[in-house]
Design a protein around this ligand. Structure first.
Ligand code: IMP
Length: 429
């Protein structure tokens, strides 16, 4: 049962693109189980870089099947645009007989009115800094049982009736937010150019993934966003509208928990966050700016500068618990090179006056982080391929993290290139 779940252990952007790419080298299938075009990672194709939001990086490996499962929300137009970009650069996204990307007919469609509502809300007082891709409003429709499963793209009459009903529901909201309500015909016209292409990719992905796991294929379940953005377990209400935690991998892909044999948590050697919400270890000084520049911490979907700060061990401990992490992939260690000293949050003083090593998630906006300070290092880390190649200070930092959260590293990333990686354990073994 070689199914491996990979989740973000922080607020997303932990460097999943590179790590998933490494782990999928020998994978038969890569499955995205939640979220939608709010995610984003960079694919390197020849000399070009392409930012993809929906298509898993496995698309670059001809023998890997890529699946967008039913926990996702998918903008049909964005999806076809991404595939077109890849095709223009010579990536085969479909053969003569079949599509290489399989999309769940029960994933929900993000349509232009979702994007409109997301954008209008972000102009008002209730803004939380979403990616404005329509993700939240689409999940709202799904939970309210008035969403549009992608399967409806196969049947124009059903699609028309569902769009009509959705617009009736959204019209008062759009007007109240000062927007213009699109007509049903406009929405259908927008979908029509991509409708048949998306319909050709649709399948019952639950059956496909379950069979792959049962037949002992190597399956990577790739999470988007991160634990602290989870609708149930994150820093609510500053969260996304899906379940990026390990439990979400089962719900979103449709396989049972007993089928999963490893859960890997991705964690940066420091912390970043995009959008609003509490971030107690945030740095507002030149160190924070340096981390942003050296780590290229700018949103791949929105281009927004990411907020940067020190590593938060109570938060990581929380991620280990919530996801049942079996191993850590620690990324971007090299970004800390050259800092005289490195701080790490080890505990919090709560507003009630208690010192705790447990993340006070409901009081995070008022909790005061307690730091331990480590000596930094100056040596470039890019050529390290084993722990012993790292300076003693970097090793001390890593060992402290592992022992404090009681979870060992199976990989340490020391640069953006694929080979700039220390692999300690293969999660498929
Ligand atoms: P939404 O998912 O667009 O609704 O945005 C909700 C919150 O999640 C905002 O704070 C976003 O910045 C954040 N968010 C969504 N997707 C990502 C991601 O892939 N990386 C980091 N933050 C994200």
């Amino acid at each position: 049962m070689p199914a491996v779940v990979i989740v973000g252990a922080q607020w997303g952007d932990e460097g999943k693109g590179k790590i998933v790419d490494i782990f999928t080298e020998h994978a038969d299938m890569v499955v995205r189980f939640g979220g939608g075009p709010n995610a984003g990672h960079t694919l390197v194709v020849g000399n070009d870089k392409i930012i993809v939001r929906l298509v898993p990086s496995g698309i670059l490996r001809p023998n890997t099947t890529c699946v967008l499962a039913q926990g996702m929300v998918i903008d049909p137009t964005s999806l076809v645009t991404e595939l077109g970009e890849l095709e223009r650069r010579g990536v085969t996204t479909r053969t003569r007989t079949e599509e290489r990307l399989v999309v769940s007919d029960r994933a929900h469609a993000i349509l232009p009115y979702h994007v409109l509502v997301d954008g209008l809300r972000e102009q008002g007082n209730g803004a939380i800094g979403t990616t404005k891709r329509g993700v939240g409003p689409c999940y709202e429709d799904k939970v309210a049982r008035r969403g549009i499963p992608l399967g409806a793209l196969r049947d124009p009459a059903r699609l028309k009736s569902l769009v009509g009903r959705a617009l009736e529901n959204w019209a008062p909201t759009i007007r109240a937010l000062g927007g213009n309500v699109p007509s049903c015909a406009e929405i259908l016209e927008a979908i029509e150019p991509v409708r048949s292409r998306v319909a050709a990719m649709l399948a019952d992905t639950q059956a496909l993934v379950e069979r792959a796991v049962r037949e002992k294929n190597r399956v990577v379940l790739e999470g988007a966003q991160g634990t602290l953005l989870d609708i149930d377990h994150g820093t609510y209400p500053f969260v996304t509208s899906s379940s990026p935690t390990a439990g979400g991998a089962c719900i979103g892909s449709g396989i049972g928990p007993t089928r999963i044999n490893e859960v890997v948590g991705l964690v940066k050697a420091y912390t970043t966050r995009v959008g609003g919400g509490p971030f107690p270890t945030e740095l507002h000084d030149e160190i924070g700016e340096r981390i942003r520049q050296v780590g290229a911490e700018f949103g791949s979907v929105t281009g927004r500068p990411r907020r940067t700060g020190w590593l938060d061990l109570p938060a990581l401990r929380y991620a280990v618990r919530v996801n049942g992490l079996g191993g850590l992939a620690i990324t971007k260690l090299d970004v800390l090179t050259g800092l005289g000293e490195i701080k790490v949050c080890v505990a919090y003083d709560t507003p009630g006056g208690n010192r705790t090593s447990v993340l006070p998630i409901d009081e995070l906006d008022r909790a005061v982080p307690i730091y331990k300070t480590f000596r930094g290092w100056d040596k470039e880390l890019g050529s390290a391929r084993a722990m012993n190649d790292l300076p003693i200070e970097a090793r001390e930092y890593l060992h402290f993290i592992e022992s404090e959260v009681d979870c060992s590293a199976l990989l340490v990333s020391v640069g953006s290139r694929r080979e700039e990686t220390i692999v300690l354990r293969n999660p498929f073994d």
